[in-house]
Design a protein. Structure first.
Ligand code: ASP
Length: 280
């Protein structure tokens, strides 16, 4: 069993030491709690569990603490991918739900598995997700001051369960100040992808991640025989011509765990029951 989570990017220039320590502590707590859950649950159930905990923590830009868009509203996106069935489900630009990843989980049973905008929000209401404001005062002041927020903080998780099954989940509040209607990479196969060989979750600038088809490329390369490290190296090299800004976490079916980022640094934690690694 293996588990890796990320909490987006850490910006040295706009985040203080206390926030860094708080993120380290939050990631350590969540990776350990989620690992305990993985012992008795599938990879799919566990990635939803881990991402829900990350969405509930206002330190990260997903669920509670999501960034505010150009028109003053919060719209969130999340995706779930089951590596065994190779089915993906997701919500794009959903409003006022506490845990977008849980709406994606319910959608996994549907024939129409990716919903956007008011369709996603209406579907959530019809399936018992109450109206919930994920806005926190810090994001409102950042928005009002038209400040860049304290670093991007999308969240994600990849898990390998007891039965060797992989799953990936990613959730985001977007990049902040975007034009309403912008589509994040998080609920696309560029930002979140898995099959029976490899699972990947991304953070970074959605436009760069989509342009590079990053998660799908890494998974395909590993499936075709590349070691994780080489699949990451080649895929990240392909971001260089346009200075692409991305970070990714992954696990393969042999239990290899990997992470890499471009120029900024991604906050992450991994745990396998013995070894804990937390970004420093
Ligand atoms: N990938 C997200 C987006 O572009 C942002 C992030 O990772 O923080 O919407």
């Amino acid at each position: 069993m293996k588990l890796i989570i990320h909490g987006g990017f850490f910006s040295e220039s706009s985040t203080n030491h206390e926030t860094k320590v708080a993120k380290q502590n939050a990631l350590e707590r969540i990776v350990k709690e989620s690992y305990a859950f993985l012992k008795t649950h599938t990879a799919v159930e566990t990635v939803v569990y881990a991402v829900s905990l990350l969405e509930d923590d206002a330190l990260f830009n997903a669920g509670i603490g999501s960034q505010i868009q150009g028109d003053g509203k919060i719209r969130m996106s999340a995706a779930l991918m089951d590596g065994e069935t190779q089915k993906m489900s997701g919500v794009i630009n959903i409003e006022e739900v506490k845990n977008p990843i849980q709406v994606a989980e319910v959608l996994m049973q549907e024939e129409d598995r990716v919903l956007g905008g008011s369709g996603a929000t209406n579907y959530a209401r019809q399936h018992g997700f109450e109206k919930f404001s994920t806005e926190i005062p810090q994001r409102r002041s950042e928005y009002e001051a038209k400040l860049e927020s304290a670093g991007l903080g999308t969240v994600g998780c990849v898990a390998l369960d007891n039965n060797g099954k992989l799953a990936a989940a990613t959730s985001t509040g977007g990049k902040g100040f975007e034009i309403p209607g912008r589509i994040s990479d998080s609920a696309t196969v560029a930002g979140n992808y898995a099959n029976s060989i490899c699972g990947v979750s991304l953070t970074g600038v959605g436009e760069d991640i989509v342009s590079n088809a990053t998660a799908a490329k890494i998974v395909t390369r590993v499936t075709d025989g590349f070691p994780l490290k080489d699949a990451f190296a080649k895929t990240f090299d392909e971001l260089l011509p346009y200075d692409g800004f991305a970070g990714a976490i992954a696990i393969d079916c042999d239990g290899n765990v990997f992470h890499q980022d471009s120029h900024p640094s991604m906050v992450f934690a991994s745990f396998d029951g013995k070894h804990l690694e937390v970004f420093s």
